[in-house]
Design a protein around this ligand. Structure first.
Ligand SMILES: [Zn+2]
Length: 410
């Protein structure tokens, strides 16, 4: 792995720009919601580029599209890829970089004439964002068998259209059985979607894993009463309890440290009137950590504190678990290869944990998997202002090409 792989930077940047024109919003940004005419347009473009690169195009019944080394479809692939769908007001690189950069890496390796023992492939997964259909990362979940195809096909969008019909409407209801591509390893190149690399002025994030997530909804109930006539020491103020929980969340993250995140970003207050003591508040705690033991510790501390707050203020509390997603560790050998490639190419880098969800975390449950991050300007994503410098787009793709060559060469 001492030699580096050349990529065609001009082709990469031109394709990214062309793709950003599919679903372009006036004034900047991209809207390619999954399985819309804009998504079809992006997919069609990608398909022509796969064919131009000499890859065999296959689409499965969940709409996942693959560009594969021809004639070797039954062998275990070193697969890379991401998604082409965006949120309603998205940017040009979230997902798109992993697909276009993935193709550039694979195409460059093929053009280099290097003899690689394993075939290469590029994947485009359906409905990663989860904006139109729930769950997010649906395509990769069906590919790995973690979500049954028949269940996926009947997922409804807000207009009651099932995913199966939306696939047929744009002609991406493919004939292959999901999971049909044998996978030796999977790599995803993605923008960071957070501020760390940009703030530190680094090019490459060596992604070690994805945080676990725990969401719990607490309903705190007290007594509603007149703001003027109820003495302060005779109140059971649910909003006071919720406010103390918000402050505690910040302290909790500091006490646990180790990348712990703790957020209460949603409060529903009833009756929510300026001259009435609040009777009921529904709040959601969002706790995240890459270490599931610490995440559990944070959850217990939060539960204990809310119980103590309720006791102090005469409130009752009802808890309901909303989301619990396990943390993911990427393959340590692949993480090492990403670091080595960044070093060989003389690129500045740091190890990091992904704060957002990605198809790679689903693939990691079944296959040796890794991820590469490049900076997001000011940490902005899921937004029309999303931006990554061309040098960083190229750097990430070069690292990807090197890692794919290493994986396919073994
Ligand atoms: Zn993404």
């Amino acid at each position: 792995m001492s030699h580096t792989t050349q990529i065609n930077a001009k082709r990469l940047l031109e394709r990214l720009e062309t793709l950003a024109g599919r679903g372009a919003l006036p004034g900047g940004g991209v809207s390619r919601m999954t399985l819309t005419p804009e998504d079809k347009s992006g997919r069609d473009l990608m398909r022509t580029w796969f064919e131009e690169a000499g890859l065999t195009v296959q689409v499965d019944a969940a709409g996942n599209m693959f560009g594969l080394t021809p004639g070797r479809e039954s062998e275990p692939h070193v697969l890379t890829g991401s998604h082409l769908d965006t949120v309603a007001t998205g940017g040009p690189y979230d997902g798109a970089l992993g697909v276009v950069g993935g193709l550039e890496a694979v195409q460059s390796l093929r053009e280099s004439g290097r003899d690689l023992p394993s075939p290469l492939g590029v994947a485009v997964f359906t409905n990663e964002e989860g904006v139109r259909f729930f769950p997010d990362m649906l395509g990769s979940l069906v590919f790995t068998g973690d979500l049954a195809l028949d269940k996926a096909l009947i997922c409804l969008d807000a207009d009651g259209i099932p995913l199966g019909r939306a696939l047929a409407d744009i002609g991406y209801d493919g004939s292959h059985t999901p999971g049909h591509v044998p996978v030796k390893a999977f790599m995803e190149l993605h923008i960071e979607q957070g501020p760390i690399l940009d703030a530190k002025g680094l090019s490459i994030g060596v992604v070690k894993g994805v945080q676990g997530i725990h969401w719990t909804e607490y309903t705190l109930s007290g007594a509603t009463n007149h703001a003027g006539t109820t003495p302060m020491d005779m109140r059971r103020d649910a909003l006071l309890g919720a406010a103390e929980a918000v402050v505690f969340a910040r302290r909790l993250a500091g006490e646990i440290g180790n990348g712990q995140r703790a957020t209460i970003g949603s409060l529903k207050v009833a009756p929510c009137l300026s001259n009435v003591v609040a009777e009921k508040v529904t709040l959601i705690t969002d706790l995240r950590n890459a270490d599931m033991g610490l995440l559990q510790q944070a959850q217990t501390m939060m539960e204990d504190e809310i119980a103590a707050i309720c006791k102090r203020h005469g409130l009752e509390s009802l808890a309901k678990e909303l989301v619990l997603v396990d943390a993911v560790d990427f393959d340590p050998r692949i993480v090492g290869m990403v670091q080595e490639q960044a070093d060989v190419l003389g690129l500045s880098s740091m190890p990091m944990i992904s704060g957002a969800g990605h198809d790679a975390q689903i693939m990691a449950g079944k296959f040796p998997t890794g991820m590469i991050f490049v900076p997001s300007k000011d940490g902005v994503s899921h937004n029309v202002r999303e931006h990554t410098e061309p040098d960083d787009l190229v750097a990430g793709t070069r690292v990807l090409a090197g890692v794919l060559a290493g994986l396919a060469g073994q």
